[in-house]
Design a binder for this molecule. Structure first.
Ligand SMILES: C[S@@+](CC[C@H](N)C(=O)[O-])C[C@H]1O[C@@H](n2cnc3c(N)ncnc32)[C@H](O)[C@@H]1O
Length: 197
């Protein structure tokens, strides 16, 4: 059987074209976007790496000294169109093709919570190897009808294929505690935290 990471990568690669037409945010969560973008705009200028950048939806707001990494060729094609001034690299978030301390800030949105607990620590270690500080954005439990904080979700694509995807949702308190980090934005739908290396 394909391991979970390969399964999840395949899901996002196949979803890339749908992601573009049907943005990642549903209508209601977009009420948090002005606050999130404001908090992002307050980050000091830095060499930024956006890990698992997807179609570049948030990458475009991360400044001018910018690199995006994703495993999906299709996602990167969309990101390159959207953020032509950034450099984009195809690679694995657990073994990034960058030297130690190549970046001031490593940013990752809507990625960390896709990782089962045992992988989240591995990702934090890899992020702290390539960058000085890490900024993470994740959805809150508000996204789930039951307010449940973690579990496997069945996701379907328009070609009829089905995928089981793990997702953890974080309240601001749970996020700060797990990361031993500082909350930079706490909205109803999204939370952003900074983890210092
Ligand atoms: C939910 S999307 C988030 C995209 C983007 N950060 C955003 O906020 O819209 C998750 C992304 O993680 C990427 N991804 C999944 N596993 C990965 C891995 N091991 N290495 C690099 N990228 C990965 C997928 O290709 C997908 O683009």
């Amino acid at each position: 059987m394909m391991d979970y990471h390969e399964h999840m990568k395949q899901y996002y690669d196949r979803r890339a074209s749908e992601y573009e037409h049907n943005e990642s945010f549903r209508e209601e969560p977009s009420e948090d976007l002005p606050g999130l973008l404001h908090a992002i705009s307050l980050l000091p200028p830095a060499r930024v790496l956006d890990v698992a950048c997807g179609t570049g939806f948030l990458t475009q707001h991360l400044g001018s000294n910018l690199t995006g990494l994703d495993q999906s060729k299709a996602m990167l094609e969309a990101a390159r169109r959207r953020v032509p001034w950034a450099e984009f690299v195809r690679g694995d978030a657990f073994r990034m093709p960058f030297a130690d301390h190549s970046f001031d800030t490593v940013f990752a949105s809507f990625f960390y919570g896709l990782l089962p607990l045992e992988d989240r620590g591995r990702f934090l270690e890899e992020a702290s190897r390539v960058g000085q500080e890490l900024i993470l954005v994740e959805p809150t439990p508000e996204w789930t009808p039951s307010g449940r904080v973690e579990g496997w979700e069945e996701r379907g694509l328009s070609d009829g294929s089905r995928y089981e995807i793990y997702r953890r949702y974080f309240t601001a308190d749970a996020f700060a505690e797990e990361l031993d980090g500082r909350i930079l934005f706490a909205g109803r739908w999204m939370v952003m935290a900074k983890v210092s290396g």
